[in-house]
Design a protein around this ligand. Structure first.
Ligand code: KG4
Ligand code: ZN
Length: 347
């Protein structure tokens, strides 16, 4: 039985490292320590993530963060039994940093390594919360790059029910925020501004709301926000909060409606929300209300574990090893998969 797992996340613009302990074969993995370095301030000057800078910054931070979590947990590197890393999807160069460091550590320590799917990490992250879910459930995965509804019947058992046909929900937040003159990453900034605005002030499209399927489309929303911003012209600063609130409401409406439809279609009574947009308070409040009325339980990761982090990677590795559906190995091939659909993991 593997006991101590070091997890490394480096797929995009946060370097995350964590230590998770697996006590008993059927027990819940325990998070011992996690540490994060966000590159947001570095990328802000460019209005978005610059892949080459991201890779170099991961190199600078990954080992100091590993030392930090080991110190917090009062453990030596030699205590680590498995090194897990994000194998994909994400930026190729950024992923290679985590994979390279994981394999080098593994080889030096003589312990196996395990590459983890980033979205599986997000999806399982609520298992580290005070209110962990139970299988089966519907997962609403809402990050900067993905918007998907999944039927989850166990670890590694993921059936894609619907996904975005263009922009992701996080992208819709980020691009709309940019049009409102807010800094990158726009999601949390737009949400903050929206608190002072009227969500009914502007009529914005809710694409595919009545499409009958579980797919999403957010590209049209960004165009509608651009049109409104241009029409407002000089008046934009005075109305920015209203436009932000209306944009947020349009995104949240679609996410709530489609999640409810996925629950109805499958007959499941449990929803798990994961990924960066899962930190959005407006989304949480409206999902809680809608699901509460229908007797559906909703689970979220802890706020600090909504956006990218190493804890979810160590956790996903622990749960895969525990379920016996993955084996850590000593090949140290450090191959990465920048594009990697989650349902390709199904076994
Ligand atoms: O999961 P994540 O950290 O990275 C990816 O795997 O993509 O998600 C980042 C996304 C960004 O688009 C960011 O703007 C969005 O999550 N986000 C939010 C909030 N916090 C982060 N969007 C809306 N409201 C928030 N509070
Ligand atoms: Zn992510």
């Amino acid at each position: 039985m593997h006991r101590l797992i070091l997890g490394i996340e480096s797929s995009c613009d946060e370097t995350g490292v964590a230590l998770v302990r697996l006590d008993a074969p059927g027990g819940t993995p325990v998070l011992l320590a996690h540490a994060l370095h966000s590159q947001i301030r570095m990328h802000q000057a460019y209005g978005g993530v610059v892949p080459e800078l991201a890779s170099r910054d991961h190199i600078r931070h990954v080992l100091p963060l590993a030392r930090e979590v080991l110190a917090t947990a009062a453990l030596d590197l030699q205590a680590v039994d498995v090194v897990a890393f994000t194998r994909g999807p994400g930026l190729a160069g950024a992923l290679l940093v985590g994979a390279g460091v994981a394999c080098a550590l593994g080889a030096a320590l003589g312990v196996p390594v395990l590459g983890v799917h980033h979205l599986e990490g997000h999806l399982l992250s609520p298992f580290l919360s005070a209110d962990p879910p139970e299988f089966p459930f519907i997962a609403l995965l809402v990050s900067g790059g993905h918007t998907q509804l999944m039927e989850v019947t166990g670890v590694g058992r993921y059936r894609l029910l619907g996904e975005t046909i263009d922009d992701a929900a996080g992208e819709a937040f980020d691009k709309s925020a940019k049009l409102l003159g807010l800094p990158y990453p726009g999601g949390p900034e737009l949400a903050r501004l929206a608190q002072q605005g009227d969500p009914a002030a502007f009529k914005l499209p809710r694409p595919l709301l009545h499409s009958g399927d579980l797919d999403f489309s957010f590209a049209g929303l960004k165009t509608a926000v651009l049109t409104q911003a241009r029409r407002l012209a000089q008046a934009l600063p005075a109305r920015a909060a209203d436009l932000a609130a209306s944009t947020q409401q349009a995104i949240v409406d679609v996410l709530v409606r489609k999640s409810l439809r996925a629950l109805e279609q499958t007959g499941l009574r449990r929803l798990v929300v994961a990924g960066g947009v899962g930190a959005n308070r407006c989304l949480r409040a409206q999902l809680d209300t809608a699901c509460g009325e229908r007797g559906v339980r909703v689970h979220y990761p802890e706020l600090a574990l909504c956006t990218d982090n190493g804890a979810m990677i160590a956790l996903a590795a622990a749960m895969r090893l525990q379920a016996g559906i993955a084996a850590a190995d000593r090949g140290y091939a450090f191959d990465v998969r920048p594009r990697w659909p989650l349902d390709a993991l199904a076994h």
